[in-house]
Design a protein around this ligand. Sequence first.
Ligand code: CAA
Length: 362
Amino acid sequence: MSVGIESIGIKLPSFAIESRKIAKLRGIPEEKATIGLGCHMVGLCMNQETVVDLAVNAAKRAIEQWDGCLNDIGMIVVGTESSLDEARPLSAWVAERLQLNGAVRSYEVKHACYAGTLALRQAVEWKVATQSPKCALVIAVDVCLYEPGHPAEITQGAGAVAMIVGQDKICSIDLRSYPYSEPCFDFWRPTGHAFPIVDSSKSLNAYLKATENCFNALFLDQTDLSFESFKSICFHAPFPKMVFKAFKHLATVFNFSECEHQKFLCDKILPFLTWNKEVGNAYSASLWLSVAQALDQANTGEKIACFSYGSGFGSELFVIERTNGSGFWAEDVKTDLAKRKEISIEEYDNWHKLVNHPPSRQ
Ligand code: CAA
C-alpha cells in the first residue's frame, strides 16, 4: 500500500509587517533582519483571528479540493505549539467548526515545531497499521510571537498547512524515516507564559546537530540516494539564514566543493523558501509550507527531502515523491498574499503591547 497526500490546503494570516520595520522599531539595524537573518515579512493574526481560524480555513481548503467528503475522514490530528488549553485538544475546536464527528480519532500533538511532522508521521503509520479505507486530516498550525524587544521578534510569523493523508494522489511518503532527539532546554514556553524562553546559541547548535545526524542516517541507510537525488531539500525554517547555516554545515560534513554547495543551495533550497519569507516563522507549519511550495514545482517522480526540527529537541528526516496532479494549493497562497493587509510600525507596536497574556479561551 502506497500512502501519501491526497489534498493540501494552506491559510496565511490576514495581516503582515516587514521584518525590517520591527527591527527599526526596536533600534536594530534593518540589515540584520534582511541580510543577517534573511527575513522579509512577518505574518500576524490580528482583529480576533486565531490559531483555530488558520487551522479551520486551511482544512476547509484541503477538503474543498479533495474528491472525498467528511465521512471519509477517520482521524483528525493537529500539530501545534499554540494550544488553547491544557486538556482540550486543538483538534476539537477544528472538528467542531468543520462539523466532523463520529468514528473519528481526534487529538493534538506537541513537540515545538516538530509537531506537524509528528502528526503527519502518525497519520501515515495509522493508515498502514489499520489499512483503513478512510483518510486522516493532518493540520500543522502555529502563531509564533516573541516578547517585544526580543532579538527573535523579527522572525515571528504564523500559518497553517492542512494535508489529507490517504493514497499517493499528490505525493507518496516513504515509510522509512530518520529521527534524532536529545532532551535540551534550547527553547521552551512554560505553562501560562505568552512568550517562549530561548537560549539562542543552544538552539542554533541543536538544530545543526539534528541536521547532521538525520542526513547521516538517511544516506547510511539508503545508499542509492545522494543530495543530487532530490528536486528540493526542505528544512524547518525559523528564519531563512538558519537553513543556509544548516546546509553549510552539511556541506562541511559531506565534503562538498564550494561550487557544489552554491549550486545545491541555488537549485534545491532557495526556490522553496519564498512562501516562508512571506510569513516568517510559522513553527509547525514552516517545513510544510516549504514542502508545499516544492510539491507545487515538482514533476512526477521527483523526490523531496523533508527535514523537521522542533526545540526540546526532536527532529526527523524522510523522503516524499511527487506523483500526479496540479498544484492547486498555490492558489491559496496567492489569494492570501493578495488580500492581506500590511500594517504600520505604530499599529504593530500598539497591538503587540496587548499580547502579554495567555491566549483567551473561545
Ligand atoms: N547587517 C548585516 N548582518 C548583521 C547585522 C547588520 N547590521 N547585524 C547582525 N548581523 C548578522 C550577524 O552577523 C549574524 O550573522 P551570522 O549568523 O552569519 O553570524 C546574524 O545577523 C544574527 O545576528 P546575531 O547572531 O547577533 O543574532 P541574535 O543573537 O540576535 O540571535 C536569533 C538571532 C538566533 C534569531 C535569536 O533571535 C533567536 O534565539 N531566535 C529564536 C530561536 C531560533 O530561531 N533558533 C533557531 C533554531 S531552533 C528552531 O528552529 C525552532 C524554532 O523555530 C524557534
